[in-house]
Write a protein that binds this ligand. Sequence first.
Ligand SMILES: [Zn+2]
Length: 158
Amino acid sequence: MREARDLEPFARLLNTEWATGDHVQVGDRVAAVIQATAALPHPWVPWRAGEQFAALAAGQTFRYDIVKPQPQAQTPADLRKHGVAWIRLHASDQRGLAAQELDRFFRNPSRDRLRRCQQCTHWFIDMTRNKSAQRCQRKCTIAWSNAQRMKTRKRGSR
Ligand SMILES: [Zn+2]
């Protein structure tokens, strides 16, 4: 389940940064890639998803830098002695960030656990054993079931 948890920052971006305002278009394009990716299981990336990914990443520049984390009380002596570098790759804008996140998504063995709620369209990580969750929370399942019942009733009354 660790790999599934690794999808959380990606889901958060989809639910916040890319859900409103200037970056909605990025969110929509990322959602389209995720949907296209579902056609084949990990580790395969379907051609259609690859094409959409390439369009999103086109012309982006990325820059590496290093960060020196502050030693903590529990930091081992050899790490203190040599100092530790965290390697980071920066995208130039939200489209670049989307490409980076999608690249990680493609490689994640649990990528099929990233779902969009049928009821509220929120992105969530399905942590059920049999990967069967379609709604993000109980509240949404109740609302969705009620809506289904209403539909059935309407159909029945005709
Ligand atoms: Zn929901």
